[in-house]
Design a protein around this ligand. Structure first.
Ligand code: SF4
Length: 375
């Protein structure tokens, strides 16, 4: 359980060696000069937050370095940033401290230094356990890099290891996918995230589909793949706790649970989002503007919105429904969304009993439609 006062910190590291064909995140191609500018701007951002402590002295329960590829940064940059964070904000001795990593960008020495600095969870972007899938999505690296990265992470001291994988990749059969899920289990992760490939606007994948070079994802096949993964992972002792996430007992991602349970978090880095005291705000989603603003001793805050009580209740409903356990039935009444909920119940996208509301398997597949209806 996440205590109600739980607060987390998210650090967005906007660099990758190259952009995967499906990826629409804000990022820059990793170059040492950009990385150095980012590093000093981020340290300045932390310093400015020290003067304006948005967290009011509360203990950080989670720290999450995401991206992009945080391990595009030299290891000593990551350890310096973490050290600065812990010197700035009180951090729970049991805080979950995660670093996302591309398996081809880590080494045993680097992983050991990260573990020694206090990182205790690693999330490796495996994407697939078949090399043939990587070419289709423009991802660099080999499956054997993932195997090595998991082995070295464990040897370096990481016990809490997540593997991200994707299904519905171009040319991927149901058999290829079940092979991927079974192969990743051989690496004994504590957490697995399975994401359906989606086609985002302005990506290379969208262009390739428009030019008919690549077939669009087959939704019916993705449904079969999702069920197959759930079955295989359940047999291996993983509980599905969110639409895309499965965990061994006690290993659900505490940081991501903050997002789905109305918890508070402060985001640092270009494009990072925050939610504190009922206010949502972002940081500038452009490295140069972000750096410039911080060089000017100003926080790069944009898009600040304070939510009304009703909007907070609506968010509790929409985000809470992503969890398999759903939300208390009263949440829809508090959010004044009973009418929309009735429609979704009639469409078979939601189910309920006296106490709770939850997404049906169909609702999980059309979770974005459910969210749009409730917003
Ligand atoms: S490694 Fe991740 S963040 Fe980077 S381009 Fe690929 S999908 Fe996007």
């Amino acid at each position: 359980m996440i205590p109600s006062e739980a607060v987390g910190l998210y650090i967005h590291v906007p660099f990758c060696r190259r952009r995967c064909h499906f990826c629409a995140f804000y990022l820059e191609i990793a170059r040492l000069d950009r990385i150095a500018r980012f590093q000093s701007a981020l340290l300045q951002e932390i310093a400015l937050h020290t003067q304006q402590d948005f967290l009011n002295g509360r203990l950080l329960q989670s720290i999450y370095f995401g991206g992009g590829t945080p391990t595009s940064l030299p290891t000593e940059y990551l350890t310096t940033i973490l050290k600065r964070i812990r010197a700035t904000w009180p951090t729970s001795p049991t805080a979950e401290i995660t670093v996302e990593a591309h398996p081809s960008t880590v080494s045993f020495e680097g992983l050991s230094a990260l573990a020694k600095a206090g990182f205790n969870r690693i999330s490796l972007g495996a994407e697939s356990m078949k090399d043939q899938d990587f070419a289709a999505i423009g991802r660099f690296g080999l499956v054997r890099d993932t195997a090595t990265a998991v082995h070295e992470s464990r040897s370096a001291g990481f016990q809490n290891i997540n593997l991200d994988v994707m299904y519905g990749l171009p040319g991927q059969s149901l058999h290829d996918w079940t092979d991927t899920v079974e192969s990743l289990l051989a690496h004994r992760p504590t957490h697995v995230s399975c994401y359906a490939l989606t086609v985002e606007e302005d990506t290379r994948l969208a262009q390739d589909i428009a030019r008919k070079v690549v077939a669009p994802p087959d939704e019916a096949l993705q449904v079969e793949m999702e069920s197959a993964a759930e079955h295989i992972l359940a047999s291996a002792g993983f509980a599905r706790y969110e639409i895309s996430n499965y965990a061994k007992p006690g290993s659900a991602c505490r940081h991501n649970l903050l997002y789905w349970t109305g918890g508070e978090y402060l985001g640092l880095g270009p494009s990072a989002q925050s939610y504190l005291a009922g206010t949502r705000f972002g940081k500038m989603a452009d490295l140069e503007s972000y750096v410039e603003r911080l060089n000017d001793d100003r926080l790069p805050i944009v898009d600040q919105t304070t939510l009304s009580i009703l909007e907070r209740q609506r968010d509790a409903l929409v985000f809470g429904l992503r969890l398999l356990r759903g939300v208390p039935r009263l949440t829809s009444r508090a959010a004044e969304r009973d009418h929309q909920v009735d429609t979704l119940l009639n469409q078979g996208l939601l189910d309920s009993d006296h106490d709770r509301l939850w997404l049906t398997p169909l609702g999980r597949r059309y979770a974005d439609t459910v969210a749009e209806t409730l917003f």
